[in-house]
Design a protein around this ligand. Structure first.
Ligand code: SF4
Ligand code: SF4
Length: 474
């Protein structure tokens, strides 16, 4: 895409920096950038010397090759470090969009594309428990509309993978949950990878969906969705939604503050908090909100070396800066391992994520690392403190190995595949995303990974390959 085209894809809206300390809600400001390099020198992943940082930001501005595009974890921190509030993060996204135009998406990315087959939502149907099928059928029922007096809860693509996080909970009594997989979380994870043209189509599609549903107030299970609907869609793609949006984290905080939700069983555990990449776009509302909720639930919060504005990614973002398709899963898990190393150093017994996107990779990483650290979604902590019983960790461990099996299967299949373009955003129920074929190889891999010995062997092999792959691919 030309510079003018990139500017068009990323045109700016407002210009004020939120009082919370979160990033300014705009796209890259070409005229504001002084080329000082502070953004890349402060980056918790790249940590470039200032002179190199200046060269690399110049390369990005000029549309030249840059190591940022092959090393960035799309964590959002650079926006918070820029003294001119120029939004270098959005410059990186627009350059990835250029790369996507030239090269396409890596074959493995079909994993998270509900319109490409096989994708994780399709093949996971082979392994869902009966209770999960029941919840999902209800949430996806055609013609479902918010009941009077109830907010719409956007369950979202990620929670669909872990429906037990919220399924069957009393918390759902306040909502009409709706699960629309081809809303792609409003385009949140595509935006992080720089697939800006696709996000633009999703913005228009979700506006139609939400208007048709007759929703007035929407609570998103994925916090990132709040930012995408209220900031990215209007400011970058000119799509203005008429609904009021809030996140499940802010909703829970409100319920605990007003006493609508009571803590009957304080947990009395030491926890550390994973601040996800999108939380940096929202700031204190999520950072402090999550910690306040944990405190009210009886948890003592201890912080990791990198938290809040400098938090490290769960690993998912490492896939955005891909060079070699085959290396993507190893690169992602390697980044996740850094998070576990920091979390373990705090002495906490549990790592808590308030992002349902991060939770599936954190659990996969935990199993591949053979870590004993508990990993909870914030909603699970609240449910336990409210006296609800969870089937923890059984549900999570089983699902983590489902996910690992699916990643392995997709990796094997993608070896013969070529980069692709996302040509459709709406899936065809006739083909279908929800009626998987037999996938014999996947069933075989999953069956093998039911055995403890096979899991231990695979986890060690994976870690070995992650180490060796670094030497070959980076
Ligand atoms: S984006 Fe900001 S921090 Fe980065 S070089 Fe430009 S002015 Fe400096
Ligand atoms: S998004 Fe994060 S990893 Fe990427 S350059 Fe900015 S600070 Fe570094």
């Amino acid at each position: 895409m030309s510079e003018r085209g990139t500017k068009r894809a990323a045109h700016a809206a407002g210009s004020t920096r939120p009082a919370s300390g979160a990033a300014s809600q705009t796209s890259f400001k070409w005229d504001a950038c002084t080329g000082c390099g502070t953004c890349l020198a402060s980056c918790p992943v790249l940590r470039l010397p200032v002179d190199e940082a200046k060269r690399e930001i110049r390369n990005l501005i000029d549309g030249k090759a840059s190591k940022v595009l092959t090393k960035c974890n799309t964590c959002f921190s650079c926006n918070l470090h820029c003294p001119e509030h120029a939004n270098p993060y959005q410059l990186i996204l627009s350059r990835w969009n250029d790369v996507y135009h030239r090269r396409g998406a890596p074959p493995l990315y079909k994993f998270v594309c509900p319109t490409s087959l096989p994708n994780i939502w399709q093949v996971l149907n082979l392994f869902l428990q009966e209770k999960e099928r029941r919840w999902i059928r209800e949430w996806m029922a055609p013609g479902r509309r918010p009941s009077p007096g109830k907010d719409l809860l956007l369950v979202g693509n990620y929670t669909h993978l872990f429906p037990f996080i919220i399924g069957g909970s009393k918390l759902l009594d306040s909502f009409t949950p709706v699960d629309l997989i081809d809303q792609w979380e409003g385009g949140a994870y595509l935006y992080q990878g720089g697939y800006l043209d696709v996000v633009s189509q999703i913005a228009a599609r979700t506006k139609r969906d939400l208007d048709d549903l007759g929703a007035t107030r929407v609570v998103s299970f994925l916090d990132a969705v709040q930012y995408i609907y209220t900031v990215v869609h209007p400011s970058e793609f000119g799509v203005h939604h008429g609904q009021e949006f809030t996140s499940i984290t802010s909703w829970l905080r409100g319920q605990l503050e007003t006493g609508a939700l009571e803590v009957v069983k304080p947990l009395k555990i030491r926890v550390t908090v994973h601040d996800n990449c999108y939380s940096k776009a929202i700031g204190a509302e999520l950072w402090d909100g999550a910690r306040e909720i944990l405190g009210r639930c009886g948890c003592k919060v201890v912080e990791m070396e990198h938290c809040k504005a400098d938090s490290l990614c769960c690993g998912f973002g490492a896939g955005a800066s891909w060079k070699h398709n085959v290396w993507i899963p190893f690169k992602i898990i390697r980044e996740g391992m850094k998070k576990f190393a920091e979390a373990s150093r705090t002495g906490a017994s549990a790592l808590v994520s308030y992002c349902s996107g991060c939770i599936y990779l954190l659990w996969a990483t935990r199993e591949l690392l053979e870590s004993r650290l508990d990993v909870y979604h914030l909603v699970e902590v609240v449910r336990m403190a409210a006296g609800e019983e969870l089937d923890y960790p059984r549900d999570h461990v089983g699902r983590a190995w489902d996910v690992i099996a699916i990643i392995t299967y997709q990796l094997v299949r993608s070896l013969l595949d070529r980069p692709f373009r996302i040509t459709a955003i709406t899936y065809d129920p006739g083909r279908s995303t929800f009626r998987p074929r037999s996938h014999v190889l996947l069933r075989f891999i999953r069956a093998l990974l039911s055995f403890r010995l096979a899991r231990r062997f695979y986890a060690r092999l994976f870690r070995l390959m992650a180490g060796a792959g670094k030497l070959v691919f980076e």
